[in-house]
Design a protein around this ligand. Structure first.
Ligand SMILES: [Zn+2]
Length: 364
């Protein structure tokens, strides 16, 4: 190990330059927490080694050396700093471990664990648990359990048992909003809207996902509406507005399989929906909607990208209108279209939902 007294001036300058030109030096000066774990540095005058974020007095560059691991620093004869404790897992890592445990707990539980129980088991306050869970998983604990239940429904549905059993097995119990809302809404049906227009029959049902209520409706030709919202009754009204002359029929139990599928799809968009879609609209809208379906989950494009792709580069505004006219939330992924500067702009079902969907897609 070299020290100041034995190092001649030119060797010292070389050492100073080497350290100052190293990108890691800037991270030490910035006490960059995000660099913790990526390298360690030693200080020859004190004989200790630190994490980049260490709050201790900053060393002079001529006293610094870098290491990829604690073991390397120790091999070079340095001791771990008592202040930043480089040998111990940092807060972010221990949070990740804690949250991973909570996730396993949610996955293995048959019932819905409430936030209080989860927070208590993790030894964190309610507020911190919620915040840390979200920062580690990208989802709130509630959304995570919903996604997990949706996955269970899908797994069980794959085994060909009845939808109702599947939903119960997945932890949607008789008191859950899934049933409450659907019977409440189904109780209003069958209903004919606007006399004389009864040649189209539309079945629908309502489910619940992490984004709120989901209404799924289909004609004989396929799924014709997927609406998102907070209020089931409002969604049914929207359906009525979208198809004023159709006969709307609250769906039977079989139809709930479809809702379960859509809920899964909303929670885990990368899986793909795989349902026939009944896409109505002008020829232009259909071209836009087809282009939207080709955007893979997890990616976003701009309105002008879509305009280019359908060979109408000047029709950016019309593309935006076609996105807004989309009745098949998520299935026709208009949420993947953002402004050219990357900002989210509008979404028929609310910008917050657009944001949540894009977050979900990044995670899955
Ligand atoms: Zn330190």
């Amino acid at each position: 190990m070299m020290n100041e007294t034995t190092m001649n001036q030119s060797a010292k300058n070389t050492q100073v330059n080497a350290v100052q030109n190293d990108s890691r030096w800037a991270k030490i000066q910035a006490r960059d927490i995000s660099a913790d774990g990526t390298f360690y540095y030693s200080v020859s005058t004190t004989g200790i080694y630190c994490k980049p974020s260490c709050g201790a007095r900053q060393p002079r560059p001529e006293h610094v050396a870098f290491y990829a691991s604690c073991a390397e620093a120790e091999l070079a004869g340095f001791r771990a700093c008592k202040r930043c404790k480089p040998g111990q897992p940092d807060l972010a890592q221990s949070h990740a471990l804690l949250i991973a445990e909570s996730c396993r707990l949610i996955e293995s539980s048959d019932e819905n664990l409430n936030l209080e129980v989860l927070a208590e088991k993790s030894g964190l306050s309610l507020y911190h648990f919620h915040r840390i869970f979200k920062s580690v998983t990208g989802l709130t604990p509630k959304a995570y359990s919903a996604a997990n239940r949706a996955k269970k429904v899908r797994d069980v549905l794959g085994k060909n048992i009845s939808v109702t059993d599947a939903i119960f097995e997945a932890g949607y119990n008789a008191n859950s909003r899934f049933y409450e809302k659907s019977t409440q809404v189904l109780g209003m049906t069958p209903t004919s809207y606007k006399t004389g227009g009864a040649n189209v029959t539309i079945k629908f049902a309502i489910g619940e996902c992490s984004l709120g209520e989901v209404l799924v409706a289909s004609s004989e030709r396929g799924v014709c509406a997927i609406f998102l919202g907070d209020d089931a009754t409002q969604l049914v009204n929207d359906l009525q507005d979208a198809f004023p002359r159709a006969e709307l029929i609250g769906a039977d139990r079989d139809y709930e399989a479809l809702v379960a599928k859509v809920v899964c799809f909303v929670e885990m968009p990368a899986l793909g929906l795989g349902l026939p879609l009944d896409i109505k609209g002008t020829a232009f809208q259909q071209r836009v909607w087809q282009a939207l379906q080709k955007i893979p989950a997890g990616l976003t494009v701009s309105y002008s990208d879509i305009a280019e792709r359908i060979g109408a580069p000047k029709s950016v505004r019309a593309v935006a209108s076609a996105c807004a006219a989309n009745t098949l939330a998520v299935a026709i992924p208009c949420h993947r279209v953002v402004r050219i500067d990357g900002s989210l702009s509008g979404y028929r079902w609310g910008v917050e939902r657009k944001c949540a969907l894009l977050d979900l897609e990044k995670k899955s």
